[in-house]
Write a protein of this length. Structure first.
Length: 474
């Protein structure tokens, strides 16, 4: 049994302190059910206390049900719910996501420096309940960052700091539901998690088809919705970019029906063949609720994101955020503000873009070499791409790809009315060598006839010796 550190001023332990330590040990499973405790005289000798101290502690815990004392058989630990039989905490549902960033390159040292500085500079008042829209300093830094990197028109007073796009979509649901119009358009194929957030928030999702030019804006009118969530810079999961004429048509649709576009700008910082296309919000700030997060650039576990909201809706979004959780944690917000202000975000994105491009190119090259007849779809951007096999059921193919070590999901799972097959493959969190090995292993299993990956999908130009044209959207 562990010796106690809990001592009273004269250097000995009290019976209450001993009981408290033993109770904690039973609860956390250190003392397992059935364990026999030392006789009171022995433990008292070990601890240098009178026997009465141990007897009183044992009696108290026996009365509480943590210990069993039987004449002749000593004192043993009782079976306590949540005690020694407790299973390790496991997530209720594994979080499946093909767009995970690399975990082992998280800038721990820079983040730690920024956190230390944030802690040192936060005022006592900052540690109180803050503005539900977020720490002013972070909103100022985000305004600069989003304007510079994503061409978003984001004055600080229009920004609401949220815990990721997941919360942003939930707030969209809250505000729309309250407005009395609970229908919203979603891309098909599109994010399953997004649909779940919106539906749990009380909305009805209406699938709007996606083709090679992104969201079919012409389908919005007939659908009757007056709000739609869209991923213009890099459609999830197909990887296409919203065509320029559709960007204008989408904003026009919103103006015509007094509707709302919710822009999910989830991974737009990473584009490998050209400068990222600016956010749609920059073209139509009054018709767009813009959302983004650090989940792709840094780590999803940080749970930090932002919304940029048109002025007439600001009050509703601030209230929805307040009702959800009052505000985001101030230390994380202040740390991100430092991280942005010191240029750490820019440095990290620059570094990771080189690495992610290498991973994507390796994956595409391996597909060309080992998966004859398959094609690679999607713009050279983000942290995932879509592999199209020449045939076969994508559920079965995804299982084979996973068995070969590839983070692959069937495209059909992201479809509502659409009928699309393919493999959505995340490459952000796997080293290039692992990706190459996994594709070679999958190729080894493939029974398909020989062929080549279509030319539009060769690795992006700057990474190939030939300098051939870059991967573009289908
Ligand atoms: C389409 C899409 N949007 C947004 C996100 C980011 O969500 P969050 O910011 O809540 O982590 C993801 C994450 O994978 C995503 O796939």
């Amino acid at each position: 049994m562990p010796r106690s550190n809990a001592v009273v001023p004269d250097g000995t332990i009290s019976s209450d302190q001993l009981a408290s330590e033993l109770r904690a040990s039973v609860r956390n499973g250190t003392l397992r059910a059935g364990t026999r405790l030392p006789p009171s005289r022995t433990l008292a000798g070990d601890l240098g206390v009178s026997r009465g101290v141990v007897v009183r502690a044992y009696e108290l815990l026996a009365a509480e049900g943590y210990l069993l004392s039987r004449q002749g058989s000593g004192t043993t630990v009782a079976a306590v719910a949540g005690g020694s039989e407790r299973a390790p905490v496991a997530p209720a549902r594994p979080v499946s996501n093909p767009g995970l960033p690399s975990g082992d390159t998280f800038p721990r040292a820079a983040w730690a420096r920024c956190a230390a500085r944030a802690l040192a500079t936060l005022t006592d008042a900052d540690l109180g309940y803050g503005d539900p829209a977020g720490l002013p300093r972070l909103r100022e830094e985000l305004a600069r960052y989003l304007g510079r990197v994503r061409s978003v028109q984001a004055p600080p007073e229009r920004i609401v700091v949220v815990s990721g796009f997941a919360q942003a979509s939930r707030l969209v649901a809250d505000v729309l539901r309250a407005s009395g119009d609970p229908r919203i358009g979603v891309e098909d194929p599109g994010s399953v998690g997004l649909r779940e957030q919106l539906e749990t928030g009380g909305l009805t999702c209406v699938p709007i088809p996606v083709d090679a030019g992104g969201l079919r804006v012409d389908a919005l009118g007939p659908s009757g919705v007056r709000a739609v969530v869209v991923t213009p810079a890099h459609q999830f999961p197909t990887g296409v970019v919203l065509a320029p004429e559709r960007r204008h048509a989408l904003l026009q649709w919103a103006r015509d029906c007094d509707g709302l576009v919710v822009e999910d700008d989830y991974d737009a910082e990473f584009r490998y063949d050209r400068t990222p296309v600016g956010a749609l919000q920059g073209l139509g700030p009054d018709a767009v609720v813009y959302g983004g997060s650090v989940s792709k650039t840094l780590a999803p576990g940080l749970r930090l994101g932002w919304m940029v909201v048109p002025p007439p809706l600001l009050g509703a979004y601030r209230e929805a955020k307040y009702a959800a959780d009052l505000s985001c944690g101030v230390l994380d917000q202040a740390t991100l503000a430092e991280f942005l202000a010191r240029g750490e975000m820019d440095r990290h994105i620059r570094r990771m873009a080189v690495e992610y491009r290498r991973r994507r190119d390796t994956l595409a090259a391996a597909a060309a070499a080992h998966l004859p007849g398959w094609s690679v779809d999607g713009t050279a951007a983000g942290l995932h791409l879509v592999l199209h096999p020449p045939g076969g059921d994508d559920e079965a193919l995804a299982a084979r790809a996973q068995a070969a070590g590839l983070d692959a999901r069937p495209l059909s799972r992201y479809c509502v009315a659409a009928r699309r097959q393919g493999l959505v493959v995340g490459y952000g969190h796997q080293p290039a060598a692992d990706l190459a090995r996994a594709v070679a292993a999958l190729g080894g299993q493939a029974a398909a006839g020989r062929g080549t990956v279509s030319s539009r999908n060769r690795p992006s130009s700057r990474a190939t010796a030939s300098g051939s044209s870059s991967i573009e959207s289908t």
